[in-house]
Design a protein around this ligand. Structure first.
Ligand code: FAD
Length: 619
C-alpha cells in the first residue's frame, strides 16, 4: 500500500514534533511517522526545558511559532530565571515540567495542527530516486511517498542500552532501537559514528526523607516561555537539594570496572557538560562532594507524580551498585529505585555532511535534525527540527530555505557550528558560543524572528498580531520614555541621585542609571502600567542601547567586507589589538579572504574588526 504526502517526518521526539508542526504550518501535507505515537513529546531524561543558552533556543522556537515554549508553560511546575544576577544577555529561563502534561501538550498542539497526520510505524528504508528522496518504507512494508523527508531518530539509530555490563538493543528504556534504518544509512556511506548519553535512576518520593533536605523553591513570579501564554496554570512545586559524600565516592571508585563507561563496554563519547557520576568522580577527583537536585517528575496524582529525578547522578553502574550509591546520599538512605539509571549508545551522522539548511549534501529533500546530528538536549533538537521541517516544506514548494545567521539567532549559531565544524562530543548550547550575545537575548527573540518567520511561512496570524501589538507598544514606550520631562525636584523626590546640573531627564536616562526608583507612580505612571516584557525591553534598551547599535554596525561592516583578499604573507603579530591567542589562531589557519577569516574557529568579532582595520587602513 502506498500513501502520498508532501513531507514525511520520521520520529516523534522533540525534533520530530517541531519539524512536523513547522512543515504543516507552512501548509505542506505532512506525515509524522513514529514508532509509538503514544510516546510523542516524551522527555527521555530530565523533566526540564530551558536553561542557560537552551532557554534562548526555546524563546527563538516560540518566536517562530513552534511548540516547545507553549508546551513547557502548560506543563511547568517549577520555574527559575538562571543567571538573574548577571546581564540580560545571559539570563536563562528554565522550567521543570510535569512530564505527563508536557507530552500531553505536545500531542494536543500537534493534533490541532491542520495538514498534519500522525502515523504509527517503524521506518526501515528510504526511497531515493535520481539523487532525490522520494519517500520511506516501513518495516511492515507500507510505503509513504513524499518530496521531502526529515530524519529525527534521536538516540534510537542502532541504540544499545548499558546497565553495568548488561547490554540491550534499545533506543530508550523499554523501546526498540532503529536497526534497519541505521544499516540503511551506513549503506549510504554517510560519515557516522557513535555517541553516548546517560540518565540517573528514578526514585520513589515516599521513600525519601524529603522534609529534612534543603528546599529549592520556584521563582515567586515566574514568566512564561511563550508570548502566547497568558497565565501559568499549574501549582508550582519545590525541589530539594542534597549531595554526594565521601562514602559515595569510595563506592564509585571501588566499582569503576563494573560501570559500562569505565569497564570498556562503551566506545561513544558522552556529553561533557552532563557527565555521569562516575565521570565526575574520576575527572574531578579533588572535589569532596557534588550537588544533586531532587526534582519532581510530575504533579502529585499524575502519572509519575510519585517519582523523583535526582539531577546530577546519571550512571551506567549495575543496579546493585546504584542502590549502594543512593544509600550514601543524605536524605536518600532508605530511597527506593523505581527505574535504574542507564547509558545509551547510538549512531549519529557527522553534521558536516549537511548544508546549512539541514539538507543532506548529495540527496535533495533529505533533512536531518536533532540528536542524530550529534547534539544533546531537547531544545537543541527542537530548534533543528523546526528549521528542517520548515525547509523540507519550502523545498517541496520550490521556495528558498530559511537559514539564520550567527547574528540573528542562537539557532543560527548552532547550525553554523554543526555544519561547519562538526562534533567530537554531544553538542549543547551555551551563551558563550554566540559572538553577539547582547543582540541575541532571550527577551528579544520575537523582535528578531517573528516577522521573519511570518515571511518564511511558519508564523500564524494570531502570533503575528500579538507580535505587532508588542512591537508597537515598545516603539511607543521608547518614544515616550525618551522625552526629557522630569525636573530635578521630581528626580530627588523619587530618591534618585543625579548630577545637579538643572537638566531635565527622561525615563530612559533614569533607566540607564540602573538606580532603584522608590516611586515610579509619582514620576511616570504610564511606565508602571506597561506589561513586564515591555518594561524589561525598555531597561535593556536604556542600558545597552549604545553597545547594541555598535554590535549591529560591526555585523554589517563584517558582512560587507567578506570579499576582501588577505595576503599570503600577512604578519598577524603586527596587527594592533590582536591577542596572542587570536594571532596564533589566524597564523595557523592562514585564511585567504576576510570571509575565510570569519570562519576560523574561535576568532572573535573584536579580532575580526582589528584585522579589518589593519588590512584596510594600516597595511
Ligand atoms: P528523541 O527524543 O530520542 O526522539 C526520537 C524519536 O524518533 C522517537 O519518538 C522514536 O520512537 C522515533 N524513531 C526513531 N527511529 C525511528 C524509526 N526508524 N521509525 C519511526 N520512528 C523512529 N539530553 C540532555 O540534554 N542531557 C542529558 O543528560 C540527556 N540524557 C539522556 C539520557 C538518555 C538515556 C536519553 C535516551 C536521552 C538523553 N538526553 C539528554 C537526550 C535527549 O533525550 C535528546 O537530546 C532529545 O530527546 C533528542 O530529541 P530528538 O527528537 O532528536 O530524539
Amino acid at each position: 500500500m502506498s500513501y502520498q504526502f508532501d513531507v514525511i517526518i520520521i520520529g516523534g521526539g522533540h525534533a520530530g514534533s517541531e519539524a512536523a508542526s513547522a512543515s504543516a504550518r507552512f501548509g505542506a501535507h505532512t506525515a509524522l511517522l513514529t514508532q509509538r505515537p503514544e510516546t510523542i513529546g516524551a522527555m527521555s531524561c530530565n523533566p526540564a526545558i530551558g536553561g542557560i543558552g537552551k532557554g534562548h533556543l526555546v524563546r527563538e522556537i516560540d518566536a517562530l511559532d513552534g511548540l516547545m515554549g507553549r508546551a513547557a508553560d502548560a506543563a511547568g511546575i517549577h520555574f527559575k530565571l538562571l543567571n538573574r544576577s548577571k546581564g540580560p544577555a545571559v539570563h536563562g529561563p528554565r522550567a521543570q515540567a510535569d512530564r505527563h502534561l508536557y507530552a500531553k501538550a505536545v500531542g494536543r498542539l500537534l493534533k490541532e495542527t491542520p495538514h498534519l497526520e500522525i502515523v504509527g510505524g517503524e521506518v526501515a528504508d528510504l526511497i531515493v530516486e535520481s539523487g532525490r528522496v522520494a519517500g520511506v518504507i516501513c518495516a511492515d512494508g507500507r510505503e509513504y511517498r513524499a518530496g521531502a523527508v526529515v530524519l529525527t531518530t534521536g538516540t534510537f539509530l542502532g541504540g544499545v542500552i548499558h546497565i553495568g555490563h548488561e547490554q540491550t538493543p534499545a533506543g530508550r528504556l523499554g523501546e526498540n532501537p532503529a536497526i534497519r534504518l541505521a544499516a540503511r544509512l551506513r549503506g549510504m556511506d554517510l560519515p557516522m559514528s557513535r555517541l553516548k548519553t546517560g540518565t540517573p535512576p528514578r526514585l520513589l518520593r515516599a521513600t525519601i526523607d524529603w522534609e529534612a533536605l534543603q528546599e529549592d523553591p520556584s521563582d515567586p513570579t515566574p514568566e512564561p516561555f511563550s508570548r502566547m501564554t497568558s497565565h501559568l496554570a499549574n501549582k508550582t512545586l519545590s525541589c530539594r537539594i542534597t549531595h554526594t559524600t565521601s562514602e559515595t565516592h569510595e563506592i564509585i571508585r571501588d566499582n569503576l570496572a563494573a560501570s559500562a563507561l569505565y569497564g570498556g563496554a562503551i566506545a561513544g563519547r558522552g556529553p561533557r557538560y552532563c557527565p555521569s557520576i562516575e565521570d565526575k568522580i574520576v575527572k574531578f577527583g579533588e572535589r569532596e562532594s557534588h550537588q544533586i537536585f531532587l526534582e519532581p517528575e510530575a504533579l502529585p496524582g499524575h502519572p509519575g507524580g510519585d517519582l523523583i529525578y535526582p539531577n546530577g547522578i546519571s550512571t551506567s553502574f549495575p543496579l546493585e551498585v546504584q542502590k549502594r550509591i543512593i544509600a550514601t546520599i543524605p536524605g536518600l538512605s532508605h530511597a527506593q529505585i523505581a527505574a535504574p539509571g542507564y547509558a545509551v549508545e547510538y549512531d549519529h551522522v557527522d553534521p558536516r555532511a549537511l548544508q546549512p539548511d539541514l539538507n543532506l549534501r548529495g540527496i535533495k529533500g533529505l533533512y536531518f535534525a536533532g540528536q542524530i546530528n550529534g547534539t544533546t538536549g531537547y531544545e537543541e533538537a527542537a530548534a533543528q527540527g523546526l528549521i528542517a521541517g520548515l525547509n523540507g516544506a519550502r523545498f517541496v514548494s520550490g521556495a528558498p530555505p530559511l537559514i539564520l545567521s550567527r547574528d540573528q539567532a542562537y539557532i543560527g549559531v548552532m547550525l553554523d557550528d554543526l555544519t561547519l565544524q562538526g562534533v567530537t562530543e554531544p553538542y549543547r548550547m551555551f551563551t558563550s558560543r554566540a559572538e553577539y550575545r547582547l543582540l541575541l537575548r532571550a527577551d528579544n527573540a520575537d523582535l528578531r524572528l517573528t516577522a521573519l518567520g511570518a515571511t518564511y511561512g511558519c508564523v500564524g496570524s494570531a502570533r503575528l498580531q500579538a507580535f505587532i501589538r508588542d512591537r508597537d507598544a515598545i516603539d511607543a514606550a521608547i518614544k515616550e520614555g525618551s522625552a526629557a520631562t522630569l525636573n530635578p525636584a521630581q528626580l530627588k523626590q523619587a530618591g534618585l541621585t543625579v548630577s545637579q546640573d538643572g537638566r531635565k531627564r527622561s525615563v530612559m536616562d533614569i533607566l540607564a542609571l540602573g538606580q532603584t526608583v522608590s516611586d515610579w507612580k509619582a514620576i511616570a505612571p504610564w511606565y508602571t502600567a506597561l506589561p513586564r516584557r515591555v518594561r524589561d525591553h525598555l531597561q535593556t534598551e536604556a542600558r545597552y542601547g549604545g553597545y547594541l547599535r555598535r554590535q549591529a554596525r560591526e555585523v554589517k561592516q563584517l558582512e560587507a567586507e567578506s570579499d576582501l583578499v588577505l595576503a599570503d604573507d600577512l604578519d598577524y603579530a603586527k596587527i594592533g589589538g590582536l591577542s596572542l591567542e587570536m594571532q596564533e589562531r589566524l597564523s595557523r589557519a592562514r585564511p585567504t579572504s576576510f570571509a575565510a577569516a570569519q570562519r576560523v574557529p574561535g576568532v572573535t568579532p573584536a579580532a575580526l574588526i582589528a584585522l579589518l582595520a589593519h588590512v584596510r587602513y594600516a597595511a
